[in-house]
Design a protein around this ligand. Structure first.
Ligand code: NAD
Length: 456
């Protein structure tokens, strides 16, 4: 649900009043609806001279997706998005023409419009000039995100390991960033590697993901903490995309768990994820009821906020046990079982990046999630899988409803998008990362935080 303040400043008398008083006016964000167009207007593809071949390839792909693609700015357009291709830029002066062309159309960018930059990651052997231009793009993307208004976002695809601009994973990422599914992803740069050969072969042998509404058809996914909040949204979104979902939560949440499970047509597994044999039980359930296991989403999490000076051992231990140790143990059990192609997504938090007052336990656990995700990635890849993390900022759930009103209101207005995210925003990011087309993204952390500057 959109918060009451955002609703008020977007309608009637209170909208006029907010305008007059110069109050923050968070936009109602465009979110995905089945059958809705990828963008709300034409897409301008611009590049520096050396990136022209990559820009041409991306423009051709966008045309194939049925998008109205333009290569030059025109006065009459209300732009749905700008795709800024800088993959070939070699020295800082190379980018000026393309970024200034982008700037010239921003006043006619549609509400919830997109600017998506495509560039290459810096590597150890780069010349100082090359490293400068590639690193410069990082804070260009983040700065632009802070300038855009009316729900528009700026994100970047950073190609690694010589991935082609039109590699299947890069294209799937472009599609996600352009779409309404990335409504609350803002100011983020996502490193994207080449699609592994096995995934590429599977992709070309079947209908490409983007051409189907059910990219997870035939797959079995487990979502922990699925009874409510973000976990319930993840279960519903994975089911929408075709997966059969095993919904896991503690026995005490049995009623809510049954509700989610019925809504997604999956099966319920009442289980405390801190149990010693949680991974084995998840695998046994998935195999016995559905014959396989393809996707695991570690979403179950708790907060026990206290200043460290007042922290009781039980408060520290419970948070680390649920948020971190359980994920480690379950992953170890699943990887030891030799599952092929397992796709893992773990819920981290912006608190695990920036820290949060009263959250030494939570921050430790969520930074730990980021750490183990990076270390698990090569282990998962060795069996044809991936391990990534999603770091939500302030999301409107029962968990954040317990934050005192004033702190909650401040937390909502701090991100560039000036509002909390919805559980579905996190769910869309998870669904994207586990999709077959995103196989070249591994060991990464995608923030879904509306460009929140601090942890919460
Ligand atoms: P929530 O409290 O609304 O839901 C969490 C679910 O996990 C509940 O259904 C709970 O019963 C379940 N759970 C707790 N302990 C469990 C255990 N031991 N075994 C099995 N299930 C267990 O929380 P939410 O806001 O939906 O958050 C979901 C995840 O996202 C958590 O990992 C949280 O840390 C993370 N996150 C949330 C936010 C936010 O703003 N809401 C921000 C950053 C990260």
């Amino acid at each position: 649900m959109t918060d009451n303040y955002t609703k008020a400043v977007n309608s009637g008398f209170t909208k006029t009043l907010a305008k007059k008083l110069g109050l923050p006016r968070p936009a109602i964000l465009r979110r995905h609806r089945a059958g809705s167009p990828l963008t709300v207007g034409p897409v301008l593809v611009v590049s520096d001279a050396a990136s022209r071949p990559d820009a041409d390839a991306l423009a051709r792909t966008l045309l194939g997706w049925g998008v109205d693609v333009r290569r030059e700015p025109t006065d009459d357009a209300r732009w749905g998005a700008v795709v800024l291709v800088l993959t070939g830029a070699a020295v800082p002066t190379d980018v000026s023409g393309a970024v200034l062309t982008t700037g010239s159309v921003l006043r006619s960018l549609a509400p919830s419009g997109r600017v998506v930059t495509v560039s290459r990651a810096t590597t150890d052997g780069d010349s100082p000039e090359l490293a400068a231009v590639r690193q410069g793009i990082d804070a260009f993307v983040r700065s632009l995100a802070k300038e855009l208004r009316f729900g528009a976002t700026s994100d970047g695809i950073v190609l690694t390991d010589d991935a082609a601009a039109d590699d299947p994973t890069a294209l799937a990422t472009l599609r996600f960033f352009l779409s309404a599914k990335s409504a609350y992803v803002d100011g983020q740069l996502l490193p994207v590697g080449p699609t592994p050969d096995a995934a590429r072969a599977a992709e070309t042998a079947t209908t490409p993901d983007h051409a189907t509404e059910r990219p997870l058809a035939g797959q079995v996914a487990v979502v922990t903490g699925a009874a409510r909040g973000i976990g319930a949204a993840i279960a519903k979104t994975l089911a929408r995309d075709g997966a059969t979902v095993v919904c896991v939560d503690v026995p005490a949440a049995g009623e809510a768990l049954a509700k989610t499970t019925n809504a997604v047509g999956g099966t319920a597994l009442q289980l405390d994820v801190t149990a010693d044999d949680a991974g084995t039980r998840i695998l046994e359930h998935a195999r016995a009821r559905h014959g396989r296991l393809d996707i695991v989403v570690h979403n179950a999490g708790i907060v026990r906020d206290k200043l460290l000076a007042n922290m009781a051992p039980a408060q520290w231990d419970a948070v680390v046990a649920v948020n971190l140790s359980a994920q480690l143990r379950i992953n170890a059990q699943l990887l030891a079982a030799g599952l092929e192609g397992l796709r893992i997504v773990s819920l981290a938090s912006t608190s695990g990046i920036a820290g949060g007052k009263g959250q030494t336990n939570y921050g430790f656990s969520k930074a730990g999630v980021i750490g183990h995700t990076r270390a698990t990635a090569p282990l998962a890849a060795a069996a044809g899988g991936t391990a990534n993390a999603v770091a939500p900022g302030f999301i409107e759930t029962d968990m954040t409803a317990t934050i005192p009103l004033l702190t909650r209101e401040v937390a909502r207005r701090l991100p560039s998008l000036q509002q909390g995210g919805q559980p579905v925003d996190v769910a869309e990011a998870v669904a994207f990362l586990v999709s077959p087309a995103a196989a070249g993204i591994n060991g990464q952390v995608l923030r879904v935080c509306g460009q929140h500057m601090v942890g919460q």
